[in-house]
Design a binder for this molecule. Sequence first.
Ligand SMILES: [Zn+2]
Length: 187
Amino acid sequence: MPFSYYDRLSQRAQAVYRKSDATTSLPLPGAERLRPLVEELRVALVHDDRRAVEQAAGRLMSGLALHLSLPPVTVQVLAVRPSASWGELHGLYTRDDARPPRIQLWMRTARHRRVVAFRTFLRTLLHELGHHVDYELLRLADSLHTEGFFKRESSLFHQLVPEARAGGARGPGDPGAQDSEEPPGLK
Ligand SMILES: [Zn+2]
């Protein structure tokens, strides 16, 4: 069953929605070769080093783009998440004709300015990559938050962090990237 906003979409957008919803996994060839880059990202977050996090996130993103045959995407890591009544912005994917697509990730929570939990940060990175995938790989006219979209995000996550499947344990404050974490109109 589609999310409630489906009914408010145009027929054209509903067709995009159904297409997005139909793809529920995303095979990541050679995922094991990317795991050292995931570990590098985890360590950089532990050390609370923005530059190191940005470099590690950039390397992981380049690896993911290569393994998924995607055109490159720039990664920028920023400090404290922007926030407003809709919540906190975890990440943002932007694309226009002027420059390569860009992913921005925030590494500190708005309220306590704490470093974001590793799994949440990785989920956000994969969430924003998912928007890139929608345009570049699935060739969708728009990138929508459908159930299929979130399943693809989870699919990538479990291929990169396979032990997450067995334990299923997520720490507090680690809900995974969700629809509500982005203000209306943003990806
Ligand atoms: Zn999004």
